[in-house]
Design a protein around this ligand. Structure first.
Ligand code: OXD
Ligand code: MN
Length: 594
């Protein structure tokens, strides 16, 4: 409990509106968590798994209509529509408060309301921020206990301040028609109703740590980004940190938990995971950019995760983990998902709880089934994980899934062209498997669904951060693990072998590492990528690094069309970057170029 009047008043207001039968103030103690888990077991919200094989692990099944983030029901409710920008759904704040008030009216009758004080970021960090989530979902409460720092200490850090984010969540009737995930940046408030799915309901994650935090970061002069944070320690050297942004389905959690190839391990290379999804980055006293992971756990996609693709993620989920919408192996009361191994259980229930066998042709686990696991389980968790100062970032890496256009890796000329590289990020929808150049979904900085304000202004904020960082700015790179050959087969082995690309990136940060200047930036010469012990020759690396002017001609047309959406809001510096790229590619500067 807290004596903070602003919290007490708000909780009172929400209680009067939602009218729960009972209010529980979550204190973060194991004793209380145990009681809440017992309650969840008795209502069936959690199913206990084999406690010998998977101690402290549970299975949760969501409503089958409520299994993913709902971008079309996610809204930014700022005063002016143009401040939400062309990439967000906008609703008028006053009207939306009125609409939602009606939906929240009495929505918790017969239920318990949990009040969860949570901290995003390490205790004692000037970069951390406080939220309070009210929810009527036990699943959400138990997941928040894993994903964020919860407890009395949060009230102590808050004191009597009014600087905290209000998060009101109700499952209500889980009605998809009346599902709303609404953000009110001017009030530091998030209202979520009619969904129980993680990304919509664990409000510390995308809602607070990205959408609201991106607005706070703009106003306060820092960066709230959809990025993993990885430490790489060369033999006998200091750990260097990189932050990396990728659209979904590009292996972000895998890179966050990368194990260097045998040959690197023998030399003494080590890697450390600081975070897999959200980086808050501030300029430190020494003028460098420092990152903290805003979260305390991992909310990872289960299918495709296995001991080979991500050994560390598998190890992380072996205890105190909540699995959502995976298959239940009835033979030993454990879990299973597609891609875990080649031996699906003989007796199982699918993610909906129906009898299931692999022969049915239906998936056992939902493609977006998840694990919610504590970071302390991760064998390679960084010793700096709880450091209030965060870690200094040497390189920022952007990436996407491009069959042909983007080379394996390139370095931007400077911060400004790095912002350009981030702003044109994208992934091809279906192309990778077929080898054809597919439809590109632009996803600048992997923030398209997560930027809480106009992305044109957001690019401007990135440019301003670069001016403040000056020559202390991290170097900016772009990677693409997904180049395919003429048969549509991936050329680069990916996974742990990506370490070879990281090695070149770090060398560049140290002013070392060879490079060729190309129209799009600096690329390693084929011999600059260490392929020792790899079944690849220098010629193939040359192929991976190729930049096809024909494809880039199409690419710049597409970028121009994308940029035009932002009208006057798009910083002129980015138009200049585009024009310069066109010039370097030998293309005539198109009419209307600014
Ligand atoms: C996530 C996402 O769940 O980016 O992390 O969608
Ligand atoms: Mn994410």
């Amino acid at each position: 409990m807290t004596a903070n009047l602003t919290v007490k008043e708000w909780v009172q207001k929400c209680t009067s509106l939602c009218r729960p039968d009972r209010v529980v103030w979550v204190d973060g103690s194991e004793e209380q968590a145990k009681a809440i888990r017992q309650e969840a077991l008795s209502t069936g919200e959690l199913i206990e798994l084999n406690q010998e094989k998977l101690p402290g692990c549970y299975l949760h099944r969501s409503d089958p209509d409520d299994v993913a983030r709902v971008e079309h029901r996610t809204f930014i409710c700022c005063e002016k529509e143009e401040d939400a920008g062309p990439t967000n759904n906008w609703l008028d704040p006053k009207e939306t408060y009125e609409t939602l008030e009606k939906l929240y009216d009495g929505c918790m009758a017969g239920r318990t309301m949990y009040v969860i004080p949570f901290l995003m970021g390490p205790y004692g960090s000037p970069s951390s921020k406080i939220g309070v989530e009210i929810t009527d979902s036990i699943y959400v409460t138990l997941s928040m206990l894993i994903m964020t720092r919860v407890g009395e200490r949060v009230w102590e850090e808050l004191g009597d301040s009014n600087d905290w984010v209000r998060c009101l969540h109700s499952k209500a009737q889980l009605d998809p028609e009346n599902r709303y995930i609404c953000h009110f940046p001017q009030d530091n408030t998030i209202l979520s109703i009619n969904s129980g799915y993680g990304g919509n309901a664990l409000m510390g994650k995308k809602c607070f740590a990205l959408r609201i935090a991106s607005c706070l970061a703009r106003d306060e002069g820092w960066l709230a980004e959809h990025m993993l944070i990885l430490g790489i320690q060369p033999p006998g050297g200091d750990v260097k940190y990189v932050a990396a942004a990728f659209p979904s389905a590009c292996g972000k959690t895998n890179l966050a938990m990368i194990i260097p190839p045998e040959i690197f391990q023998q030399k003494g290379y080590k890697t450390w995971c600081v975070g897999d999804d959200i980086a808050w980055m501030h300029i430190g006293k020494d003028g460098r950019l420092y990152a903290i992971n805003a979260e305390k756990g991992f909310f990872g996609v289960a299918p495709g995760t296995n001991a080979k693709s991500n050994y560390n993620a598998m190890a992380t989920t072996q205890k105190n983990t909540i699995f959502t919408n995976v298959a239940l192996n009835l033979d030993d009361n454990t879990v299973w998902w597609e891609g875990m191994n080649k031996t699906p259980p003989e007796h199982a229930l699918d993610w909906k709880g129906n009898p299931w066998t692999a022969e049915s042709g239906r998936p056992g686990a939902h493609p977006n089934s998840r694990f919610t696991a504590p970071s302390e389980n991760c064998p390679m968790i960084s010793p700096k994980f709880d450091d209030p100062e965060g870690v200094p970032i040497s390189a920022i890496i952007f990436g996407g899934r491009r069959a042909k256009t983007a080379p394996l890796v390139y370095q931007s000329r400077d911060w400004k062209s790095g912002v350009f590289v981030g702003s044109i990020m994208g992934s091809e929808t279906t192309a990778a498997a077929t080898g054809k150049v597919g439809v590109v979904r632009r996803d600048p900085m992997a923030m398209l669904p997560f930027c809480g304000y106009n992305m044109g202004d957001y690019f401007g904020h990135w440019l301003e951060m670069g001016e403040r960082l000056g020559d202390k700015a991290p170097k900016v790179f772009n990677v693409n693990w997904f180049r395919t050959d003429e048969n549509g087969k991936f050329i680069w082995p990916g996974f742990g072998e990506n370490m070879r690309v990281l090695e070149w990136i770090l060398a560049r940060c140290e002013g070392e590492g060879g490079a060729n200047e190309t129209p799009i930036g600096f690329e390693p010469r084929p011999e600059d990528i260490n392929i020792e012990g790899l079944d690849l020759d220098v010629e193939t690396v040359r192929q991976l690094l190729g930049v096809d002017p024909g494809l880039w001609k199409e690419e710049v047309k597409d970028i121009r069309a994308f940029y035009e959406k932002f009208g006057e809001k798009l910083p002129k510096e980015l138009w200049q970057e585009l024009a310069q790229l066109e010039e370097r590619l030998g293309l005539t500067v198109a009419e209307g170029a600014k």
